[in-house]
Design a protein around this ligand. Structure first.
Ligand code: KG4
Ligand code: ZN
Length: 365
C-alpha cells in the first residue's frame, strides 16, 4: 500500500460492542497487534433489543479502558502511533458520538491525525486486512444490522448492488428464536436447534425471489413463522423440541436459499468486471452460520469464484477493521479534524437509493 508502515489505533462504538484495536499496515500486508471487544449483551438482555441510551453510556464508560487494553496488548504507547481512526457512522448516534469524542480527545492530546471511518467500509475492507484480496471483489455483509451486496473497487469506491428493504437476516434469526422460545442471540440457538430438524417440514416464503435484482426482504418470514407457530400451538397445546427443530431448520433453509440465489445474481453482475481470480467475501455475524456458509461455498465452487470468510472475531463488529480502513484512507491522503461529525446514517455508496428504516441494532444504511 505504501513504502513505510502505518500504525493506527482504531475505535468502534456504533452498536453494542465497545472496541479498540491497534493495526500496523506495511508494504507486505497488515498485522493486527491487538483487538479488544467488550460486548454489552448483558445490559440489553431484558429489553429484547439494544437500548440506545444504555449503549451510549456504556461506550462512554468503556472506551478508555478498551484503548488502554489495546495499547498494552500491542505493547505500544500513543507516541508509537501514526493516527487514530474511529467509526463516525452509520449507527446509534449516542454510541458513535462517544467514539468520535474519545478519538478527538486522543488525537488532540497526542497530536495525531484523526480519520473518521464508515463502519460499513470497515467490514467491506476486511478481506484486504485478512487476505490481501485484490480489487474489485464482491462483499456480502450479513449481520444483525446490515444486509447488502457491495462491489468493492477501492478503499473509497463502493457500489451497492442490492440489500434488504426491511429486516437484516440477523434480526430475522433473533425474532425467530424469540417466537420459538429459544435463547438470544437467536442465530446460534436457531442453528443449533435446526441440526435435529427437517428443513422441509414447513415451506416458508422465499421473499423477493420472484423479483429481479439483488434486493431482499426478511420481515414477511417472521410473520409466516408466527402464523405457523400459532397454528401448531392451537393444534397441539405447545411446541415440542422436535417442533422447534423443524421450524428452525425450515426457517434457516428459506434464509439460505434467498441469500444464495441473490448472491448468484450479484456474482453475475460482478463477473463482468472481475479480476482473474474473482472473490466473494462475507462479513457479519450471520456469516457464522454453517448452512448459509456451505450454500455460498458450493455456489462459489460452481461459479469458479474464491470464497473468503474472515475469522469470526473479524467478521463481527471489531475495531481492527476500523484501524485498517483508517490506514487505507490515510494512505490515500484522507485526514479529518475536530469538526468530524458523527453520522447516524451514512450510505457507503452515495449514488444508490437511500435505504429506509432502522433495525433493532440501529440504522441499516
Ligand atoms: O455482526 P454482528 O455480531 O453484529 C451486528 O449486527 O452488527 O451480528 C450479530 C447477528 C445477530 O443477529 C446474531 O443472531 C447473528 O448475527 N448470528 C447468527 C449466527 N451467529 C450470530 N445468525 C445465524 N447463524 C449463526 N450461527
Ligand atoms: Zn457491523
Amino acid at each position: 500500500m505504501q513504502r513505510h508502515s502505518l500504525t493506527l489505533l482504531g475505535l468502534e462504538s456504533s452498536c453494542d460492542d465497545t472496541a479498540a484495536a491497534v493495526v500496523r499496515v506495511g508494504p507486505d500486508g497488515a498485522e493486527v497487534l491487538s483487538s479488544i471487544v467488550e460486548g454489552q449483551m448483558d445490559l440489553h438482555r431484558d429489553f429484547g433489543g439494544v437500548v440506545p441510551e444504555i449503549a451510549a453510556r456504556a461506550h462512554a464508560e468503556k472506551l478508555d479502558i478498551c484503548v488502554r487494553a489495546a495499547l498494552d496488548e500491542a505493547a505500544l504507547g500513543l507516541g508509537d502511533l501514526d493516527g487514530v481512526a474511529v467509526t463516525a457512522g452509520p449507527g446509534l448516534i449516542g454510541g458513535v458520538l462517544s467514539g468520535v469524542m474519545c478519538a478527538k480527545g486522543i488525537a488532540a492530546g497526542a497530536g495525531l491525525p484523526l480519520i473518521g471511518v464508515n463502519h460499513l467500509a470497515g467490514h467491506a475492507l476486511t478481506p484486504r486486512l485478512t487476505d490481501n484480496a485484490a480489487f474489485p471483489y464482491l462483499m456480502l455483509l450479513v449481520s444483525g444490522g446490515h444486509c447488502q451486496f457491495l462491489l468493492v473497487r477501492g478503499a473509497q469506491e463502493f457500489t451497492r448492488l442490492g440489500g434488504t428493504i426491511d429486516d437484516a437476516p440477523g434480526e430475522a434469526f433473533d425474532k425467530t428464536a424469540r417466537l420459538l422460545g429459544l435463547p438470544q442471540p437467536g442465530g446460534p440457538s436457531v442453528e443449533a436447534a435446526a441440526k435435529s430438524g427437517n428443513p422441509k417440514a414447513h415451506r416458508f416464503p422465499r421473499p423477493l425471489l420472484d423479483r429481479e435484482g439483488c434486493d431482499m426482504s426478511f420481515s414477511g418470514l417472521k410473520t409466516a413463522i408466527l402464523r405457523a407457530r400459532d397454528a401448531r400451538v392451537a393444534e397441539a397445546g405447545g411446541l415440542t423440541a422436535q417442533d422447534q427443530a423443524d421450524f428452525a431448520a425450515s426457517f434457516q433453509a428459506a434464509i439460505a436459499e434467498v441469500l444464495t440465489e441473490k448472491t448468484r445474481r450479484a456474482l453475475a453482475l460482478y463477473q463482468g468486471e472481475a479480476p482473474d481470480t474473482p472473490l466473494l467475501a462475507v462479513a457479519g455475524g450471520v456469516a457464522a452460520n454453517g448452512t448459509i456458509r456451505a450454500a455460498l461455498e458450493a455456489l462459489c465452487l460452481e461459479r469458479g469464484v474464491t470464497f473468503s470468510a474472515p475469522p469470526l472475531r473479524l467478521c463481527t463488529d471489531n475495531a481492527a477493521m476500523i484501524a485498517y480502513a483508517g490506514a487505507a484512507l490515510m494512505a490515500e491522503g484522507v485526514r479529518h479534524d475536530m469538526t468530524l461529525a458523527a453520522r447516524p446514517r451514512w450510505p457507503l455508496d452515495q449514488n444508490s437509493a437511500a435505504m429506509l428504516g432502522s433495525g433493532k441494532k440501529g440504522a441499516k444504511a
